[in-house]
Design a protein around this ligand. Structure first.
Ligand code: SF4
Ligand code: SF4
Length: 400
């Protein structure tokens, strides 16, 4: 038996809305046409429609009036986890089923019955023990700042307008930490009174939520809500699409969040249009990859495009962009549990980008950046992957 086979779920953890949604699926297959996982694997069981059918059969088999006839007592959890929670199926479903919410709810019900998927365990244990998924000590959380002798205020001791929530990946990953350094520099250049929590910053819990470990997610959310509210900051800024979606959309369902939450690119778009900074025009042909958590999940499509326009880039769109943007493959726990699937999705996205003829593929999420960069290397592609903040800094950094 492979890991994940023969798993069950606690039906009492499936909320009524999810049960109604499952029942409302007409099996039309529109979602299947757009699902990046189905596109990569061609397996109906992995399509949104196929997953719905599997779950329905399981529920009937275990709990229904005719359960002995249907007799499906368990199913392969990997089918449910081979999904990046990209949300594409929700956007094309004619009956408007909230499939990402459904998948997360089903994962929660499975975790309650069987525990987490083995491949996710180290990540989740690390969040519990170290407040980050990367098994790194809390004391190393500000290594990115120390390296460049950047000193930020401590919002638990000093008054700040903006709390910059760095996130685990930008804090610890030596490549992605440039995003944290650039955010720091751009905030400083704009004269913003900001601070970081340093070793008091805890993982937002996004990964735990996406893979169904809701107890851990709620614990992280409560811990963060308490400290965010205590600081008195008016705004929380984050440069990670996953942290942004989680804090902006999922936290208010857990408790009161006083500061407003913005992704860095929303703030940069406003700052560039309001401040009189000298802008060095970047005359490059650039394509923008919409991170699922920033685009479909939270509706931020315009701000990155406004920035690209303001810095003089020649934006060329991929066929699939905006609401139809193809997922890079990194979300929903797929990157950790199914790295080959992640690579297939990322390579397809790089092919989409290559077709535009762009020199640069830019995005605004560390997970997308890592995933796309890995695919570019694997494919030997000539396209250059850059975080949008790198382009912003190229444009304003030396001339500010
Ligand atoms: S598009 Fe919606 S209704 Fe049609 S198969 Fe997919 S989930 Fe079901
Ligand atoms: S959320 Fe994305 S990957 Fe998951 S089933 Fe829907 S379209 Fe496929």
């Amino acid at each position: 038996m492979v890991a994940g086979e023969g798993r069950k779920m606690k039906i009492e953890y499936i909320d009524l809305r999810s049960l109604v949604q499952l029942d409302a699926c007409t099996r039309c297959g529109e979602c299947t046409k757009w699902c990046p996982v189905y596109d990569a694997e061609g397996d109906e069981k992995l399509s949104p429609r196929g997953k719905n059918q599997l779950i329905k059969k399981f529920i009937r088999g275990r709990y229904g009036l005719f359960s002995s006839l249907f007799a499906r007592k368990s199913f392969d959890a990997e089918n449910i986890h081979q999904c990046t929670i990209c949300g594409q199926c929700k956007f094309v479903c004619p009956v408007e089923l909230d499939t990402p919410e459904l998948w997360e709810n089903i994962r929660e019900a499975m975790v309650e019955e069987n525990g987490v998927l083995e491949a996710h365990r180290p990540l989740l244990t690390s969040i519990k023990n170290y407040d980050n998924p990367w098994q790194q000590p809390r004391s190393a959380r500000t290594r990115w700042a120390k390296k460049d002798k950047l000193v930020a205020r401590d919002p638990t001791k000093e008054w700040v307008d903006v709390l910059y929530y760095v996130g685990c990946t930008a804090s610890y990953d030596p490549v992605i930490s440039k995003v944290a350094q650039l955010t720091y520099k751009i905030l400083s250049l704009a004269g913003v009174n900001f601070g970081i929590l340093g070793r008091d910053e805890s993982c937002c819990g996004s990964t735990a939520k996406r893979v169904g470990e809701l107890t851990l997610f709620r614990a992280q959310a409560r811990k963060n809500l308490e400290i965010f509210n205590q600081t008195g900051a008016e705004t929380i800024l984050t440069s990670c699409a996953g942290c942004f979606k989680t804090i902006y959309q999922d936290y208010p369902r857990i408790g009161k969040l006083s500061p407003k939450v913005m992704h860095t690119i929303q703030w940069v778009a406003t700052m560039l249009s309001e401040k009189e900074l000298k802008i060095n025009q970047i005359k490059k042909t650039i394509t923008y990859h919409d991170p699922c958590h920033l685009g479909r999940h939270t509706g931020i499509y315009d701000a990155p495009r406004q920035i690209l326009s303001m810095i003089g880039a020649n934006l060329v769109e991929m066929d699939r962009h905006g609401e139809k943007s193809r997922c890079c493959g990194a979300g929903g726990g797929v990157s950790t549990a199914f790295p080959d699937l992640k690579s297939k999705l990322a390579m397809q996205r790089v092919k989409d980008a290559e077709e535009t003829g762009a020199e640069i593929l830019t995005t605004a999420c560390p997970f997308c950046y890592q995933s796309l960069l890995g695919a570019v290397k694997d494919m030997g592609s000539k396209i250059k992957v850059m975080d949008l903040l790198e382009l912003v800094w190229m444009s304003i950094g030396s001339l500010g």
